[in-house]
Design a protein around this ligand. Structure first.
Ligand code: AKB
Length: 314
């Protein structure tokens, strides 16, 4: 049986991608790779190793007859600045191992890029698909380099690699860790638990965001898309919502008592270097991408699901 390997399967995206893939392709078709913090109740076949251990990755590919990899392992923007060398090592060398083995074993690859691939010299409104890409974080540098490496492997070795530039993702199942857009999730958690949130970016900070269900649907749609329609093998711009930190807080206040104060920290500079909104018309044209969930629907769903998760009355 051909199987799908999800690396970084217990991170924010992997946690929701794995059950979605199991639902579509069958429970036994999916193998989940993790390194640390594997949930004891994980309902999936799990493999555990550091992604830089190339031998272990190849063993897994051969043992399970892996024919598709969603390579989700990555250190994010804020945490990536703590140790840029480790960030390069995990994000780039990990990716290169995956790409080399994908060529060797004829595997199709999904790899996530991000709005972090853009930088302060990029046009910030309706950022085009093809534009200046000069990021100022190590995470962003690895995203641009990874996009180019993927495209190179596609042209040189005919590797079927597909990629999306994710905006900030908002979800309730697993919290993000170490990103700049994490405030847009933390405000839900803290707001519900304590009625108060101290936000680490200014109220007028505007970033592109998306509810996780849309992100998972879009990711799987790109992987299913007819390859002859795909014109981008670096990474597709991918968008849904754009709002300020204050607009998000105001939306929450329609449903819960909430007091938000703003104490910008080092992450403000990163947020200010990223786009405020994204032009994703190429994705919409090439593989019919269309988001479904707006700010109001997302806020309502987040609150319903988090209340259940925390055992609170609705
Ligand atoms: C981060 O904030 O680092 C991530 C991203 C936008 O890639 N959420």
């Amino acid at each position: 049986m051909d199987r799908i390997l999800v690396t970084g399967a217990f991170g924010q995206i992997g946690t929701e991608l794995v059950p979605a893939l199991q639902k579509k392709y069958g429970k036994d078709a999916v193998i989940a790779h993790g390194h640390k913090n594997i949930p004891p109740d994980a309902d999936v076949e799990v493999v555990t190793f550091d992604i830089r251990e190339e031998g272990k990755l190849e063993e897994t590919i051969q043992k399970y007859n892996v024919k598709t990899i969603y390579h989700m392992v990555s250190l994010l923007s804020a945490v990536g600045e703590r140790d840029p060398s480790v960030t390069w090592d995990i994000n780039m060398n990990g990716l290169k191992f995956v790409l080399d083995l994908a060529v060797k074993h004829s595997i199709k690859v999904f790899w996530p890029s991000s709005i972090a691939a853009f930088g302060p010299t990029t046009p910030r409104e309706r950022t085009p698909q093809h534009t200046v890409m000069a990021p100022t974080t190590m995470y962003g540098v690895t995203k641009v380099a990874g996009e180019l490496l993927g495209q190179y492997y596609h042209k040189k070795y005919n590797l079927d690699i597909r990629s999306i530039r994710y905006p900030g993702l908002i979800s309730w199942k697993a919290e993000p860790g170490g990103g700049t857009t994490d405030y847009a999730v933390a405000v839900f958690y803290e707001g519900l638990k304590t009625g108060h949130y101290t936000c680490f970016v200014r109220p007028d900070t505007t970033l592109p965001m998306m509810y996780m269900d849309d992100a998972i649907r879009g990711t799987m749609a790109l992987m299913e898309a007819d390859p002859s329609r795909l014109t981008i093998r670096t990474s597709y711009n991918f968008a849904a919502l754009s709002f300020t930190a204050e607009e998000l807080a105001e939306e929450l206040k329609k449903h819960i008592p909430l007091n938000v104060d703003y104490k910008p920290d080092h992450r403000q500079q990163i947020a200010d270097s990223w786009p405020m909104s994204i032009d994703d018309s190429v994705a919409r044209q090439d593989w019919d991408w269309k988001h479904q969930i707006d700010l109001s629907a997302m806020t309502k769903t987040m609150l319903i699901e988090l209340r259940k998760k925390f055992g609170m009355k609705s």
